[in-house]
Design a protein around this ligand. Structure first.
Ligand code: ZN
Length: 317
């Protein structure tokens, strides 16, 4: 073989190898989520009667390819990411679900290695605390903050609300202080007030344990496995029959539940601690959707879903 021919064959081989590697990282062949078979149970909680509404405070956003968000996603389709804090009003009480990007997010983000700063780059930062003040909502009027989990883009606003009590699972709290993948300065020190949630052995839908936070059937918290050590999800049940399910980072896109599909291999290996358990949660929520087509799923980062519902200062009621 001539030298040029040899060179050309080598180049073709190298290009094919790179192409196959990229396809593999994007999720071909896909990891099929493990089927969850937990039965859907009758609710043992009261029918919700509390006056309740919520609003989505978008604290930052990013645009990427859909192929980086969900396995099998269109590489030429837009993947719109939001970083949000959810403000809920329940009767006369206000609480947050996640805090989004806070006032010190730039310094916090700088702690990530360079490649993560490139893939997780965000724009249009506008911390929840600023937006609340602009709309004359006193941050002190919000007493509690639930955390779907403690990853940087959910925990960044914690120290913007020093008066608040933050609710998470003990497992998530301990793992956030021990493991890599968390930015400790977002939640360390004595200024953060923690409350740990203990789920009751009361099944809710197809979750085997749950917590009816106000005891009135309106705000139900459930554990969600696979993404982090102790993530939680939240159902909001309105008295008018509307239902919303905030699913944290179990998937970044509603499509992840509808297909159901994992995050692409590349993202999965970075952010999910247990893909098998996570797959079961995906199929669990997929089955819920089949049973309740009107249940609105709100993944923490799905900007399309959130914009369709309306962004702060608009309320969903
Ligand atoms: Zn996360």
């Amino acid at each position: 073989m001539k030298k040029t021919q040899k060179y050309l064959s080598f180049t073709a081989l190298a290009i094919s190898a790179i192409f196959l590697f990229i396809l593999w990282r994007l999720g071909y062949p896909a990891l099929i989520p493990i089927q969850d078979t937990t039965p859907i149970s009758e609710s043992r909680y009261k029918s919700p009667s509390a006056k309740i509404r919520f609003t989505i405070i978008k604290t930052g956003e990013a645009i990427t390819s859909e192929a980086f968000i969900v396995e099998g996603g269109n590489p030429f389709g837009k993947g719109k990411i939001s970083h949000s804090a959810i403000l809920v009003e329940h009767s006369n009480e206000r609480f947050l679900f996640d805090t989004g990007l806070g006032t010190h997010v730039e310094e916090e983000f700088a702690e990530h290695p360079l490649f993560l700063r490139i893939v997780m780059k965000f724009k249009n930062t506008n911390p929840a605390i600023h937006q609340l003040k602009q709309q004359n909502i006193s941050p002190e009027s919000i007493k509690t903050g639930f955390l779907s989990h403690l990853h940087w883009d959910h925990a960044s606003g914690i120290k913007d609300f020093p008066h608040m009590e933050f609710v998470t699972t003990k497992k998530e709290h301990d793992s956030a202080f021990k493991e890599s993948g968390y930015i400790k300065r977002q939640f360390d020190g004595d200024s953060v007030h923690w409350k740990f949630i203990n789920f009751d052995s009361i099944p809710y839908e197809n979750f085997t344990t749950s917590k009816d936070w106000f005891g009135d059937g309106s705000v139900i918290l459930v554990p969600m496995a696979g993404h982090s050590a102790g993530s939680l999800g939240m159902f909001l049940n309105f008295s008018n029959g509307k239902r919303y399910f905030f699913t944290g980072d179990t998937t970044w896109s509603e499509k992840g539940f509808k297909i159901p599909a994992h995050r692409p291999r590349g993202s999965r290996s970075l952010v999910d601690i247990d893909p098998d358990s996570l797959g079961k949660e995906l199929t669990k929520v997929n089955r819920l959707l089949e049973t309740y087509p009107n249940l609105k799923l709100i993944p923490a980062h799905d900007l399309d879903v959130q914009e369709n519902l309306g962004i702060f200062p608009n309320w969903v009621e």
